[in-house]
Design a protein around this ligand. Structure first.
Ligand code: SF4
Length: 335
């Protein structure tokens, strides 16, 4: 374990996880757990940025996320799974860092403006939302993570964390924190049923916990090539919202066959969808079986999070101690 590089990442508990979450992040986490020392956390304090009016939901969502993780293959024997709010050091380091981060660094963050426009049902003008990249930085650097797994479009977000690390280390003249690097993974493009980004708030998602019947119903209403209005119109898989799912779930020969018969209109969308449903439900079945076993023992799920949080707490406590020592504030007052 000692020689392994360390990885850290988290997910907000804002509802059950869907295929977009799995192929966008979780699948990659699962593949990293053998090679790296991995810390994965449920970012329940981050979830407060949008769920502050009804925080009671966060508890259930956190449990749901843990069940999704375990069902899909995160293994607590190989990685540390923990809950952010169990580690008060995240909040304490967030406060310390917020003293050294100039506000313009936060205001220029493109996600800040994007989300404020995107999320219209919640007032996003809070101080906490502006400062969430600082909390995110605290999350990462408390564990001295070498890498943060991200998709290529999120790589610039890490730059702010790296800048904050440099500022802290320079100010207090000690290399307490490690500048995290992005571990970029290729993420397949997978949209929701209506062709927009897959998201719980758009009500267009296929969830990891969906039954075979739910998957079938959802695939049936999925939009396809918008130009293909009639059965005899040829289609174009490259612009079809459904074809990326074939690329994931169907064998290569079937993908090729679907693509060519779609282009000649030899296959209709209904038949194409039926083929996909068979492959998707086959692909999703093992995790659904595992889920049954996991939900039958909720106490074990909580134990896994308890054990992981204790382990994470030890690391975070030590890093924060070092940081406060560098600031000559280890005992609470400048010494
Ligand atoms: S046949 Fe399949 S790939 Fe072609 S447009 Fe219809 S659903 Fe899409």
């Amino acid at each position: 374990m000692a020689n392994k590089k360390r990885i850290l990442s988290g997910m907000q508990p804002s509802g059950p996880l869907h295929l977009g979450n799995y192929f966008g992040a979780l699948k990659n986490w699962i593949s990293l757990q053998d090679e790296y020392e991995c810390f994965f956390f449920i970012a329940d304090w981050h979830a407060l940025t949008t769920l502050y009016e009804d925080p009671r939901k966060i508890k259930q969502f956190s449990y749901d996320v843990a069940v999704d993780w375990l069902s899909m293959g995160l293994d607590p024997e190989k990685c540390t799974l923990f809950v952010q709010s169990r580690i008060p050091e995240h909040a304490e380091l967030h406060l310390i860092l917020s003293m050294i981060v100039p506000v313009p660094w936060l205001e220029r963050n493109p996600t800040y403006k994007e989300k404020q426009t995107e999320i219209t049902n919640v007032d996003m003008s809070s101080y906490g939302f502006l400062g969430y990249p600082i909390l995110q930085t605290a999350d990462i650097i408390l564990y001295k993570a070498d890498f943060v797994p991200v998709g290529i479009d999120q790589a610039p977000h890490l730059e702010l964390s790296r800048e904050i690390v440099r500022r802290f280390n320079n100010l207090y003249n000690k290399r307490v924190f490690v500048e995290p690097d992005a571990k970029i993974s290729e993420v397949p493009k997978l949209n929701g049923l209506d062709g927009r980004k897959m998201s719980k708030s758009y009500n267009n998602a296929i969830y990891l916990s969906d039954s075979e019947e739910e998957v079938r119903k959802k695939v049936q209403i999925m939009v396809t090539d918008p130009q293909r209005k009639r059965r005899n119109d040829p289609g174009e898989p490259d612009v079809c919202n459904l074809f990326p799912f074939h690329k994931i779930y169907s064998p290569a020969e079937m993908q090729a066959e679907v693509a060519s018969t779609c282009r000649t209109a030899a296959i209709g969308c209904t038949d194409c969808k039926a083929k996909l449903v068979r492959n998707m439900t086959d692909g999703m079945r093992p995790a659904l079986e595992k889920r049954k076993e996991i939900v039958s023992n909720p106490k074990r799920v909580m134990e896994i999070l308890d054990e992981g949080s204790k382990k994470a707490h030890k690391v975070a406590r030590e890093t924060l101690r070092e940081a406060k020592e560098a600031m000559q504030m280890a005992d609470g007052f400048p010494s």
